[in-house]
Ligand binder design. Structure first.
Ligand SMILES: Nc1ncnc2c1ncn2[C@@H]1O[C@H](COP(=O)(O)OP(=O)(O)OP(=O)(O)O)[C@@H](O)[C@H]1O
Ligand SMILES: [Mg+2]
Length: 397
């Protein structure tokens, strides 16, 4: 009875899961989901690549860690695996909600969890007509957005985008019309326009991990990843922001567990990373100039981290690369400025804990290169525990 891991390409997260499984003595089986033929007919199913038959592997696996990076492939993989009788981390109801930011926000809202004010207009900015012409809807959409979000800054985002891609800020109507004009229905933004009021979140936001093993209550980790910087209103690490490990106040952990329950519902086991912003407004516990100067002091040591992260040898020589990554992160974390900024964020979070807004749930979070080394959470461990908890209860170990 084994645990499977499914992915398109093995990145450091997947190598990290394999390494962790090895250290824990867990047998982990690779499940391909790209250049394979999944066949269904009256005799059952088969999964074969050109040279290899994976059907037996599929049969032996009871739980699969779904690490497909593309949301679409991941969702279909879940559907296929569940139809074949497998348990998947995360299960399809969870993936379904996480797939869409609007669906996630609707669930939070129903669960009475505070979110940024959100407006959805189910109409595209330009629509082709039957005679080859085009209807332009920007002005009307802008009117609707400004009617609901007032005339302040507006954030436009694709419903199922990632890495901050096409998340854009309109400071006035001119910006808004320009941004709306450039939106296109696409795989990451199927229908209409999703927008939010700009949250006054100062210079950081939070990524909070909540997980549930079969038979246990959901658990929120006591520390979180804060992504911080003054360069852009988006704080995604993908855009080069710095990262800090911060302790969470009990109130925020409670709300995060509530978020987990709202999305996990009856599913046996799951692992989610929630994105949250704190509406700090003017309630700041330090001044921007001081913090910016502290960020500057960290630049050298964080550049070293980025350099190692971008190192091409990481896949070929994972273990030695990983050791260098750990050392470089340790050096970054040892800087006095790191401690100073971390302290400011923690104080700010504590002070404004009741102004936390949750806005996104990630079903396949990255972790090996950051969450593990900064917040001290190796997500491979809870992922494997989730899988084991299902095997133990459903199949008697
Ligand atoms: N309403 C908002 N007000 C202020 N900042 C926002 C708002 N919405 C998003 N942001 C900033 O933009 C970043 C990206 O937005 P969001 O998290 O919604 O999408 P994403 O990052 O593309 O998705 P993923 O986290 O899956 O990669 C957030 O991390 C946050 O810093
Ligand atoms: Mg995000």
């Amino acid at each position: 009875m084994s645990i499977g891991i499914l992915y398109e390409r093995s990145e450091t997260d997947e190598m990290g899961i394999k390494l962790t499984a090895e250290e824990l003595g867990i047998n982990l089986v690779y499940i391909p989901f790209r250049k394979v033929a999944v066949r269904l007919d009256e005799n059952g199913y088969s999964v074969r690549s050109k040279g290899k038959n994976y059907s037996k592997t599929f049969e032996e696996v009871k739980v699969v860690l779904n690490r497909a990076q593309s949301k679409n492939r991941r969702f279909l993989a879940t559907n296929v695996l569940e139809a074949f009788g497998k348990n998947v981390i995360n299960p399809s109801p969870v993936e379904y909600v996480c797939f869409s930011k609007l669906r996630t926000l609707l669930h939070f809202w129903k669960g009475e969890i505070k979110t940024p004010r959100t407006v959805y207009v189910p109409c595209d900015s330009h629509e082709p007509t039957a005679n080859g012409g085009e209807i332009r809807n920007e002005e009307e959409i802008a009117d609707l957005m400004q009617q609901e979000l007032e005339n302040g800054s507006i954030v436009i985002k694709p419903d199922s985008g990632t890495h901050g891609k096409n998340v854009r800020l309109a400071r006035d109507r001119k910006d808004l019309l320009a941004i709306l004009g450039e939106t296109e229905p696409s795989i990451i933004n199927p229908v209409g326009i999703l927008a939010q009021k700009l949250v006054q979140k100062w210079f950081y936001d939070l990524r909070i991990i909540v997980t549930k093993e079969n038979g246990k209550a959901p658990y929120c980790y006591p520390s979180a990843l804060a992504r911080a910087g003054f360069k852009d209103f988006r704080t995604n690490t993908f855009l080069g922001n710095m990262v800090f490990g911060v302790n969470l106040p009990p109130h925020i952990r409670d709300v995060a567990v509530k978020c987990g329950k709202t999305i996990g519902k009856d599913s046996k086991a799951w692992l989610l990373a929630f994105d949250a912003m704190i509406d700090v407004g003017e309630n700041k516990n330090s001044n921007d100039e001081y913090i910016k100067a502290e960020f500057e002091k960290l630049e050298l040591s964080f550049d070293a981290v980025k350099k190692i992260k971008g190192d091409e040898t990481k896949k070929r020589n994972f273990l030695s690369w990983n050791k260098r990554l750990e050392e470089t992160f340790q050096n970054y974390k040892n800087q006095e400025a790191y401690g100073n900024i971390k302290k400011i964020i923690e104080e700010s979070v504590e002070r404004n804990r009741h102004n936390i807004l949750f806005h996104e749930a990630n079903a396949c979070p990255e972790f090996w290169e950051q969450t593990r080394l900064v917040a001290g959470i190796n997500l491979a461990v809870p992922l494997l525990k989730c899988a084991q908890s299902i095997i133990e209860s459903d199949y008697g170990g």
